[in-house]
Design a protein around this ligand. Structure first.
Ligand SMILES: Cc1ncc(COP(=O)(O)O)c(C=O)c1O
Length: 379
């Protein structure tokens, strides 16, 4: 006899993160590898956030403020949502887990568009939920009508990542409005806007806070990991109704975020320059990468995030170590339901050129399943 995990845990497919740089450098005996695998900020953290984090470090003998009072106040002022409607998490990943555990009992349904960010199936699996993936439309765009048709009495939660990682696809304002208009009252909608700031200027890209302001049962998730460059500090935030936020706070660990992370996040929020520089870099380099990859014959999905989902004619899995040994860490998407695809995070121009050089080497060697005429050198 040996201890056996709960059946839902036995069935759980673990979340596989991007490979750390040190790991790849050790395996292949190389130096200076670039990581384009986890949609991090290529410009680094906000310098204001780093200074604030360092300044507060001498006080880490004390427990953090479990309610993250000052951070919630800063977010409340910036977004004009009352502080009691804001929940702070150890990354938005934790908030996905918290809102799932807040609403979903074993057997309850979680309904999502196919190909949604992988933390949703992981959280649903941990909760023992019945996880329902609804096929998407062309371009991996969530199908609102199909989602609404699939939602029933057993559905507790419907989730959407807007834009989605890894597809980069997004639901327009009109479609998001239609989804909310059709949602039954017993269902909570989670709209994960981890990449919100990158899509912000796209005219029909919605802000799900408008749905919250309109009184919907929505949890809007945002993070400091992407545009603010604080992925290593693990801090994200949720906006919801007062009732939902209060329930999520009951489920949350009392000290789930650190003093250092809370303080850095407050400083990062005020660093408009770093945020704008990040957005501008991502826009420019995303277009550059997409153009170069398309010239080489790869299928590049349009993306509102700081990443691209790129499809080849052959499975990408075996190619991942080929890029890694050339010092370029990419994310294979087979485990996410896209066996021919890899996801590349938009890096600095030099990092993107480094990736293209590795791509061209493999292309010329006939390893990518693309026609020989596709070989070009990067501009
Ligand atoms: C759509 C989406 N949501 C949430 C997250 C989690 O971010 P974090 O837990 O670092 O806030 C990510 C990270 O890649 C993401 O792509």
């Amino acid at each position: 006899m040996k201890p056996s995990p709960r059946p839902s845990v036995q069935q759980l497919a673990p979340y596989v993160p991007g490979r750390p740089i040190e790991d790849v450098e050790r395996e292949f005996g190389i130096a200076g590898a670039v990581k384009l695998a986890s949609n991090e900020n290529p410009l680094g953290p906000s310098p204001k956030a780093v200074a604030a984090a360092l300044a507060v470090t001498p006080a880490v003998n004390l427990y953090p403020d479990g309610s993250a009072t000052f951070l919630r106040r800063a977010l409340s002022q910036r977004y004009e949502i009352p502080a009691e409607q804001i929940v702070i998490g150890n990354g938005s990943s934790e908030l996905i887990d918290i809102c799932t555990r807040t609403f979903v009992d074993p057997g309850d349904e979680v309904v999502v568009p196919a190909g949604i960010f992988r933390m949703f199936p992981v959280a649903a699996g941990r909760a023992g939920a019945s996880y329902v993936e609804v096929p998407t439309k062309a371009g991996y765009v969530p199908d609102v009508d199909a989602l609404l048709r699939r939602i029933g009495p057993a559905t507790k939660l419907v989730a959407l990542a807007n834009p989605n990682n890894p597809t980069g696809a997004y639901l327009t304002r009109a479609d998001l409005g239609r989804l909310f208009a059709g949602l039954p009252g017993h269902v909570v909608a989670v709209v994960d806007e981890a990449y919100f700031e990158f899509g912000h200027e796209t005219p029909d890209y919605p802000d799900a806070l408008d749905e919250l302001r309109a009184g919907r049962n929505v949890v809007v998730l945002r993070t400091f990991s992407k545009v603010y460059g604080l992925a290593g500090l693990r801090i994200g935030y949720a906006f919801s109704t007062p009732d939902i936020a209060a329930a999520m706070n009951k489920v949350r660990e009392p000290f789930n975020t650190t003093t250092v992370a809370q303080t850095a996040a407050i400083a990062a929020l005020t660093d408009d320059e770093h945020r704008e520089r990040t957005i501008a870099l991502v826009r420019q380099e995303r277009a550059f990468l997409a153009g170069e990859l398309e010239k080489r014959g790869a299928v590049v999905n349009p993306s509102l995030g700081n990443f691209l989902l790129v499809e080849l004619p052959i499975p990408f899995g075996p190619l991942e170590p080929e890029f890694a040994r050339r010092g370029v860490i990419l994310r294979p998407m087979g485990g996410w339901g896209f066996p021919l695809a890899f996801r590349i995070s938009v890096g600095l121009h030099v990092e993107n050129l480094r990736f293209l050089a590795a791509f061209d080497e493999l292309l010329r060697a006939g390893r990518l399943g693309l026609g020989p005429g596709a070989a070009l050198s990067a501009g």
